[in-house]
Design a protein around this ligand. Structure first.
Ligand code: ZN
Length: 246
């Protein structure tokens, strides 16, 4: 199994938004990752990054020019410019935030999208949409291509790739375990240290659930797995992801 990380945007803002206790005046620039997992039979994309059309013209795309007001977004190369999307066999969406779901519009319409049922349902619920800063325009998709799963899920049926329900950041956030040694934790922990210090972003769907999700990933890390954080500029580097030995 080969796994590679791509940079699909940058998000800059006050650091205090993403790590409680930071000085509000302090700025941070965070990478936005997507991952391609290749097996003998499959090419699976994990998340899709920013939408070039939305970054270039949020007013035109969403009808709300101020939608990204707290942030400065940069997109050097969209996912479609870095990965041949025509040969993907599936896409796993970890959650519906714009920095993960934004690139969906670039995908061929035939590719199935695998997402937790409770995330998808929250995305159709006005209150949950508002509470979680979701933008439904990011995930306008044919119902037929949505594959809804409930809880932890053995994606390939051989135990090699498992989707882990890790709610809290959003209602149905999921992480991805690749073999025994690597977990894409995604936004359970924006920074590597978040697994231990629980200094989560200032917003969450459910902080208690996020703390439990962080605890479950911390356990996997303590048992020897490498757990990649969601947006840690000191950890995330584009290129092949080597899983920890053992
Ligand atoms: Zn994110």
């Amino acid at each position: 199994m080969k796994i590679e990380m791509f940079n699909v945007g940058w998000l800059s803002s006050s650091a205090a938004i993403w790590r409680q206790g930071e000085d509000a005046e302090q700025r941070i620039r965070m990478p936005i990752p997507a991952y391609l997992i290749e097996t003998d039979r499959e090419r699976i994309l994990i998340d899709t990054g920013l939408n070039p059309a939305a970054v270039a013209d949020p007013g035109g795309f969403y009808g709300r020019p101020d939608i990204f007001a707290p942030f400065a977004l940069e997109l050097e190369c969209s996912i479609g410019e870095q990965v041949d999307l025509s040969t993907l066999t599936r896409v796993v969406l970890t959650h519906l935030h714009f920095d993960h779901a934004g690139g969906l519009s670039q995908l061929p319409r035939s590719v199935p999208i695998v997402i937790q049922r409770r995330e998808w349902e929250a995305g159709q619920d006005a209150k949950a949409v508002a509470r979680n800063f979701l933008h439904p325009r990011d995930y306008v998709l044919d119902q037929q291509r949505i594959v809804l799963i409930d809880g932890d899920h053995d994606l390939l049926g051989d135990g090699s790739l498992e989707l882990l329900l890790t709610p809290g950041h959003t209602p149905g956030h999921q992480s991805v375990r690749v073999g025994a040694d690597l977990v894409l934790g995604v936004d359970v922990a924006h920074f590597a240290t978040t697994l231990d210090d629980h200094r989560f972003p200032m917003f969450a769907d459910d902080f208690a659930a996020q703390a439990r999700s962080a605890e479950s990933l911390r356990k996997l890390r303590d048992e020897g797995a490498q757990v990649l954080p969601g947006h840690d500029p000191d950890v995330l580097r584009p290129g092949p992801v080597a899983s920890a030995p053992g």
